[in-house]
Write a protein that binds this ligand. Structure first.
Ligand code: SAM
Length: 219
């Protein structure tokens, strides 16, 4: 059992939640999940002091844990439309923080990471923290066909276009939430499957690390 020093970080977490509220995150279930999940445990201890600032932080393999606002923004889209128990696929496990937030909301979470080091670290972290999510090492641009269909698919890396396999793995009334654009800037796109139709909505701008894979950016 690690000493997580949570007495020190709980007030900082509450401040982060207040900041998220000021920034327009209003879903109380989402805000409660941000109160419950200890973000500092998803980064190296050298970053614990800055873990509750609204900024991305470095993790292994030259990747980042997304900024809290970005995680809250994407999670809110899911929470607005799907009750706990819904099946959610995350592409880009990274530190595991986004998956932990989804698990705290009661979703059945599946998460795919392409970098072996991150996959191993996140898997170990989930076990230590009692976070029950299904993990997979592989190219997430191909989704997770054996586990389809998903009510929601969340892509936490920026893509040049929409990966077709992800659209195909959406359940009826499912939503794919994915940042699409160039290497520097992407727009959050939401693809809503309604029977045989897919309706696209475009939301705010973000800056993500690249989604690398067969249906994303080439290595
Ligand atoms: N969701 C993560 C978290 O909560 O820490 C942050 C993810 S980070 C911004 C993006 C992640 O996507 C990186 O870990 C990167 O290795 C991963 N990634 C990029 N392309 C991928 C792909 N094709 N399949 C799976 N993961 C991918």
């Amino acid at each position: 059992m690690i000493n997580d020093q949570d007495h020190k970080y709980r007030p900082k977490r509450e401040e982060m939640v207040m900041k998220l509220r000021e920034m327009g995150i209003t879903n109380e279930r989402v805000l409660q999940a941000f109160r419950d999940v200890k973000r500092h445990l998803f980064v190296d201890s050298m970053f614990w002091e800055s873990a509750y600032q609204d900024s991305p932080l470095p993790i292994a393999a030259n990747q980042t844990i997304s900024q809290p606002y970005t995680v809250a923004y994407m999670t809110s889209i899911i929470a607005e439309h799907y009750k706990s128990g819904a099946k959610v696929l995350e592409i880009g496990t990274g530190s595991g923080y986004q998956a932990a937030i989804l698990f705290a909301l009661g979703y059945r979470v599946y998460t795919v990471e392409r970098q072996e080091m991150l996959y191993e670290q996140a898997k170990k972290r989930f076990e230590q923290l009692g976070i029950k999510v299904q993990t997979r090492l592989g190219d997430g641009t191909l989704g997770w066909a054996a586990m389809k269909p998903f009510d929601a698919i969340l892509v936490t890396a920026g893509s040049p276009d929409v990966p077709r396999p992800l659209l195909e793995q959406l359940a009826d009334n499912g939503r794919l939430i994915i940042p699409i654009g160039d290497a520097k800037r992407q727009q959050m796109c939401i693809f809503h499957r309604q029977g045989n139709q897919v309706v696209e909505t475009v939301a705010d701008n973000f800056a993500f690390v690249p989604l690398i894979g067969k249906e994303g950016w080439q290595e």
